[in-house]
Design a protein around this ligand. Structure first.
Ligand SMILES: O=c1ccn([C@@H]2O[C@H](COP(=O)(O)O)[C@@H](O)[C@H]2O)c(=O)[nH]1
Length: 236
């Protein structure tokens, strides 16, 4: 999808990193019309949150299932088929060629889009080295983006720090989804490759994934609206 086709307010994806479906429902109520796109990851997914994905999709919200699949091809493919039936918009897999190929083949005919996670935003060059890789983060992200594009993956997950370089490689046909977003003054937490919402949009991100700066804010709705305002200004 070309960036201009994404409504500015649909570019914010709020990560529902919360301990229960009840807590997630309460957060969704508080955010109201401020948020149209939600991400469900490990914490909520393993606490019964997958049916919530179907329910949210039924209520007109978009859902990103951040399950980061990585297994033998057959298992990935069967998992993707099950997720496609939930009505989610995005599903993540780790950016390994076998995994990406299996996921892309299995989502054929469904509206589900597969996103490849390149290098987690909590990693820096030292973390990659400790994990046994001989590449810098930027080089591995770019190599994986190229592989994802060649395999036919729908989008890339990276830090906004790599967004501009990825755009040059994949153009505008692939969705570029960036966690590691920190509005000025908010706590970094365990994220190592971060940018503000405005800088991420200027770098070429299509979607901004934001968790703690919204769901742990005293006023989550005001925090989401402040991000929308920053995004709108960055888009001009
Ligand atoms: O590289 C990645 C991939 C996924 N994430 C997920 O995004 C959110 C970010 O939450 P914050 O609270 O805004 O840090 C979280 O659910 C991660 O699992 C990521 O951060 N980096």
């Amino acid at each position: 999808m070309q960036p201009a086709q994404i409504a500015p307010r649909d570019r914010l994806i709020v990560a529902l990193d919360l301990p229960s479906v009840a807590a997630a429902e309460a957060m969704i109520d508080r955010l109201g019309d401020s948020v149209s796109f939600y991400k469900i990851g490990y914490q909520l997914g393993y606490a019964g949150g997958l049916p919530l994905a179907r329910e949210l999709a039924g209520r007109g919200k978009k859902v990103f299932l951040d399950l980061k699949l990585h297994d033998i091809g057959n298992t990935v493919a069967r998992g993707v088929e099950s997720v496609a039936a939930l009505g989610a918009t995005f599903l993540t897999v780790h950016a390994y060629p076998q995994t990406m190929k299996a996921a892309v083949e299995a989502r054929a005919g469904a509206s589900l889009k597969i996103l490849a996670v390149t290098v987690l935003t909590s990693y820096d060059d030292n973390d990659l080295q400790a994990a046994g890789y001989g590449l810098k983060v930027s080089d591995l992200v770019e190599a994986r983006a190229r592989q994802a594009q060649a395999i036919g993956v729908d989008g890339i997950v990276s830090s906004p720090e790599e967004a501009a370089a990825i755009r040059k490689i994949v153009g505008h046909e692939m969705n570029l989804v960036t966690p590691g977003i920190r509005p000025a003054g908010s706590a970094t937490g365990d994220q190592k490759r971060i940018m503000t919402p405005a800088r991420a949009i200027a770098a070429g991100a299509d979607y901004l994934v934001v968790g703690r700066p919204v769901v742990e804010a005293d006023d989550p709705k005001a925090a989401a609206e402040a991000i929308h305002a920053e995004v709108a200004q960055a888009l001009g």
